[in-house]
Ligand binder design. Sequence first.
Ligand code: SAM
Length: 257
Amino acid sequence: MKRKVKENIKLYRLGKRVQNDYYHKLGDKLNYEELSKRPLRSDIINFLLGVSSKDAKYLEIGVRFPDQNFDKISTENKYGVDPGFENRSNPVDFKMTSDEFFGKLREGEILNSYMKFDLIFIDGLHLAEQVDQDIKNALDFIADEGFILVHDCNPPSAFHTNEIHDYKLSPAMGFWNGTAWKAFFKYRQNANLFSCCIDTDWGIGVISKQLNIGESTSVKNPFFEYKVLEKYRKESLDLISFEHFKNRVLEAKDKST
Ligand SMILES: C[S@@+](CC[C@H](N)C(=O)[O-])C[C@H]1O[C@@H](n2cnc3c(N)ncnc32)[C@H](O)[C@@H]1O
């Protein structure tokens, strides 16, 4: 009995420590701020499909629950890829990993190898190496004036970038951006591409081959340190509002016609 009481006191003290902990309080605040931002990814995708070709082709890497984004996308020509790790019913066109999908697409085993998408949304495995691979593959299958979108490029704290997905007791409290930002930052340094990041919905990174939506970054962060991202966040990501982004897209479209 005495042991049980002691254990309960220990738990109570631990709970109190967590409740009063600076990083947990900050995590709460950052989550609240991020969740309050608008628009969400579906509206951004629909805006970009609206300025693309008439029968715009859309590809989503990592769908999970279609009602959260895929079903809201307003084009008939849409395709989803997901191996079904997080949703057993997995109602997508291609039940496989993104690597398998792009491999089969390249070989002409699915769709056709000349196919170019107007928008590819990368939201599968959120680890830098895989996101890098997804961006690399997407660049081969995106239209010249198309857009590659990468979710979760603006993690609000280092805790949100933990490589261990299922640890939920950190100050990020179950919200997880993984290390997607590192892959996006790699392409932000490429002077042959245009890119920026919309400051909403955990950071929507956008890359375009031909439309000038933002110049590359000169921020040096060779070891992809979170502290450097934090200090030079705006310049590293070219972090802008959706209003600003819309203006850049419309201007770039005007110039291209
Ligand atoms: C964050 S969820 C996608 C959320 C969805 N795009 C949305 O906007 O609501 C990530 C999904 O990626 C899938 N996934 C994990 N590894 C993958 C891989 N290698 N290739 C493609 N999808 C993957 C998971 O099964 C999961 O359903």
